[in-house]
Design a binder for this molecule. Sequence first.
Ligand code: AMP
Ligand code: ZN
Length: 482
Amino acid sequence: MPLTLYNTLTRRKEAFTPLVPNRVSMYVCGPTVYDFAHIGNARPVIVFDVLYRLLRLEYGADHVKYVRNITDVDDKINARAAERYPDLAPEAAIRKLTEETAAQFHTDIAALGVLEPDVEPRATDHIAEMGKLCDALVQKGHAYVAEGHVLFDVSSMADYGKLSNRSLEEMEAGARVEVAPYKKGAMDFVLWKPSKPGEPAWPSPCGIEGPGRPGWHIECSAMSEKHLGKVFDIHGGGIDLAFPHHENEIAQSRCAHGTPMMAQVWMHNGFLQVEGEKMSKSLGNFITINELLATNKFGSNQWHGRVVRLAMLGTHYRQPIDWTADKLLQARNTLWDIARMMHGNPADKSAPNPEVVAALSDDLNTPKAISILHGLMKSAVRNPDARDEFMATLELLGIYGGESVEDLNPGFEARKVDGARVRTLIAARLDARKRKDFKESDRIRDELSAMGVQLKDAKDPKTGEIVTTWEVRAAGTAEPRS
Ligand code: AMP
Ligand code: ZN
């Protein structure tokens, strides 16, 4: 199946061919670990996991190398570590904080059905490699040393700004930030900077005497080179990273190595908003992955990680996503249907549905893949071959891992709804309505509502009789409908 991917660098969809035949290399910018990851951070993790699964299917698991880094040194990390572990040396303090936070991140994303990347490098394990890049850039005239800093000279690169499609003149004109006096040009960026006492510090490159620490962008140039080579296939991250982070990664890597490109395809996921607003702590709509898995934010019960994943994949990765309770409810209903049908059996190893593979191969069209999946469900119930194919398709999307209806509905045990009692009450309500005792029928509706059961009345077109279906909204049950 030919794979096409939208490339931010060329602003169009392109057929994908690996640089080295039959070997695919992919680098995705991972989290900065100082606190719980939010659900926006979960988006690239899920999106690039689907791409990883698709690439493994196409090229074979051993032929795809996926690197997703951990940023474990930065101002926020340094400040938080100093506050939390004042008795430790700064380097040990950031290590302790970032190890704890990374462990939490791993627990959170494992629940989302995410495969582990092949390599998960940490920035602080690549300080020597970053120093070498700084040395090479200064030697080649692309960087300079000023007041203990190493700065990249953007005017030394003819096509700086190509990824974000801006010219250097435009950027300089728009630069609002106060320009540090030691910079030659307003857009020159930091590769290395001096450390103040109490900040983590390492021996500086480029003959600088005092200790220092790396800038942000240089870490990804160093880690991608070490684990994937000077030029590789796919580089991904959220759209906020296109400028300046990825633009600067390209500048560093290409100028240090004298290569025409850093990665062939640059992919960026759109941003996630919550109920129409930018996620922010002050707006109170800042949701961590952990909270979503464990608490009651949306007035319903907890959400299973696979439900979160399916809800996320309902929107194409390049579109912004508005995260709503409704998306989660819809995803849960779909997964309930799947779980009821599959009886919790793990996937059988057969080939996934070709139409779904084709949809994913078209720049990861997950909404289309999911709609095809809905259509496949019916035949999968009846036909064992279709069922195996369906299972393999679920696995390709990573949306189902053999969970039962109860698993998909955390809190089920604690708040189980008695299905027989619900049915008796519904029958009594219908009786009351026939007698036109609306006071009693409303009372029964309220009683059910208090149990978390929502009713829906519809007229049977053939008999004209009222048929009531029910669904559990707040509490859990294995039998949402009668
Ligand atoms: P950070 O920890 O901020 O470095 O971000 C880790 C990854 O999450 C990066 O690829 C970001 O682009 C991505 N990201 C951060 N916030 C959001 C958001 N609200 N929606 C989608 N992706 C995001
Ligand atoms: Zn990066």
